[in-house]
Design a protein around this ligand. Structure first.
Ligand SMILES: Cc1cc2nc3c(=O)[nH]c(=O)nc-3n(C[C@H](O)[C@H](O)[C@H](O)COP(=O)(O)O)c2cc1C
Length: 203
């Protein structure tokens, strides 16, 4: 296939072409079903013992916590995705967007304007221990986690593009500051891996 050839499987190809990083959002609520679809895209139970993203050794180490600001009928706060239940549960109430924005390198001015920010995290030490026998020892597991986080983040971005929402992956942030946003933002032992900000695009 050359660069000018129209890809086959147009549904996926159109979404791939439509995906662009969006950093300016309307102050309009996202439908809660859309937020559920985004979390499902990241770590959805597909009903056959697997999830929407691949996982080394079928460990599925990623957690998805949505920092909700403007989602219809949904209280602002931290909402943890439960893959088995197919829903998110609030783990802390409050507006954490500004605190999250302050953790970033170049998203300080706009991240808090997103309707929600999905924070993907994992226990890197546990992953390294699980794959300690694979070279490079005590490193392979972390590599797997980072790869899975990239796949999950892209799933979220593509799901957003498919429904006309805007999204952007944000990975330039200070881990230590993210840890301090709220004790419930990350499950015990987890480190932040990547955030995906979502909302109705302003442009
Ligand atoms: C690993 C990675 C980290 C990124 N981190 C940030 C970030 O911290 N802040 C940001 O505004 N965009 C970030 N981006 C988005 C890129 O800037 C964006 O993908 C790039 O400008 C290309 O534009 P496009 O996504 O619209 O094609 C990141 C992208 C990747 C793949």
């Amino acid at each position: 296939m050359t660069a000018t050839t129209t890809p086959i499987g147009s549904g996926v190809a159109e979404v791939l072409s439509a995906r662009r990083s969006v950093r300016t959002f309307l102050d309009a609520p996202v439908d809660p079903a859309e937020l559920t679809a985004l979390a499902w895209a990241a770590q959805g139970d597909t009903g056959d013992g697997h999830r929407t993203t691949p996982s080394a050794g079928e460990r599925w180490p990623l957690a998805v916590t949505s920092v909700v600001r403007n989602v219809g009928g949904t209280a602002p706060g931290l909402w943890r995705w439960e893959p088995d239940a197919g829903r998110s549960t609030m783990v802390a109430a409050g507006g954490f967007g500004p605190a999250l924005a302050a953790c970033t390198v170049d998203a300080r001015d706009w991240l808090a304007g997103a309707a929600a920010v999905l924070v993907l995290s994992a226990d890197l030490e546990a992953a390294c221990a699980a794959f300690a026998t694979e070279p490079p020892a005590w490193e392979r597991g972390a590599r797997y986690v980072w790869l899975e986080a990239g796949a999950a983040a892209q799933n979220v971005a593509l799901q957003a593009a498919a429904t006309g929402l805007g999204a952007v992956l944000v990975a330039a942030f200070d881990d230590d500051l993210v840890h301090r946003v709220h004790p419930a933002l990350l499950p015990e032992g987890h480190d932040p891996l990547v955030m995906v900000a979502v909302g109705h695009p302003a442009i």
